[in-house]
Design a protein around this ligand. Structure first.
Ligand code: ZN
Length: 312
């Protein structure tokens, strides 16, 4: 009782500062949608056009070893790796420029030959990852910092290696049907597959979801709708699915409360958020990255400019 009486008004306010600082996306948004497509197949051209049309961000995980230099080599590659050629038609390296140059999409690794990384020895796994990354970087001219695990296979050696050589995130293929930001960026599980039955219902739930403002309320955390797949599945399933996919993109697009990053943009932003320095009493924060960040703390959304110390 005695202590309370001694407190100044300022002291009372400071004691009410809460330790929980919530991630917010650029411009203070609380929702993000991102896409990830695997394998590098000819239908990616359609997918890139659709993502561009609706101003969405996507990542394409490519096996450089299966993208041949000229189309006639494809016959040989497909025979060795994919006896059923009707399923997957990989694009050539020349196609890659045509499809992706200036598209704003991210190119990420998927292993040089799509070997399942936890089924081969460590040296072979590292070679699969590094050779893929090196060739993709030679083609794109920018660092490749993301990977999707071929067949979802991974072990702790591989994760350690990815961290050591500068990969920022890695993705599995098991749907969660949830909108949580992944707790571990090297074990990302997507929300759902783009052709799964649940996708339209999940999209509706996501769009209608109201972000709460209370520290202890549900849904104050940011929401991520992470959609993945292979664009060759469109061909397998027929024209109806092209229509459904475009309708999904259109429905999710153009919303002011949603950010539409590539996977790399999303996980670069998350890393920068994780590296914010706080005063020990959480009354101020310093953004150590080179990009502006937004957080939600003590009932308000706050912009943190690079380097600036900002009260919370
Ligand atoms: Zn794959």
């Amino acid at each position: 009782m005695y202590y309370r009486e001694e407190m100044t008004d300022a002291g009372k306010l400071e004691n009410m500062k809460h330790s929980h600082v919530f991630l917010r996306f650029p411009e203070g948004r609380a929702k993000a949608v991102t896409f990830s497509f695997d394998d590098g197949v000819v239908e990616d051209a359609w997918m890139v056009e659709m993502l561009k049309k609706y101003h969405l961000g996507g990542t394409f995980n490519i096996n450089a070893g299966l993208c041949t230099c000229d189309p006639t080599n494809y016959e040989k590659v497909s025979e060795d790796y994919f006896p059923d050629k009707s399923i997957q038609e990989r694009f050539t390296r020349k196609d890659m420029y045509r499809i992706f140059e200036g598209s704003g999409m991210e190119i990420a690794a998927h292993g040089y030959t799509h070997a399942q990384l936890d089924k081969i020895d460590t040296a072979a796994a590292l070679w699969e990852i590094c050779r893929d990354r090196a060739e993709l970087e030679r083609i794109t001219g920018v660092p490749v910092r993301g990977i999707a695990y071929p067949q979802g296979g991974v072990n702790s050696n591989i994760v350690t290696f990815l961290k050591q050589c500068g990969f920022l995130y890695a993705r599995h293929a098991q749907s969660t049907y949830a909108f949580d930001m992944p707790a571990d960026p090297y074990m990302i599980q997507p929300t759902c597959h783009f052709l799964e039955e649940q996708v339209s219902q999940l999209a509706r739930t996501f769009i209608e979801r109201k972000i709460s403002t209370g520290v202890f309320q549900k849904n104050t955390e940011p929401a991520l709708f992470y959609i993945w797949g292979h664009s060759y599945e469109l061909r397998r399933k027929g024209t109806e699915d092209y229509k459904k996919t475009e309708a999904l993109f259109q429905y999710l697009s153009g919303r002011e409360d949603i950010w539409y990053p590539t996977n790399l943009q999303l996980f670069e932003y998350k890393k920068a958020f994780d590296e914010i320095i706080y005063g020990i009493d959480r009354t101020f924060a310093q953004n150590m990255s080179c990009m502006p960040l937004w957080v939600y703390a003590n009932g308000k959304t706050v912009r943190l400019d690079p380097g600036a110390v900002v009260p919370l």
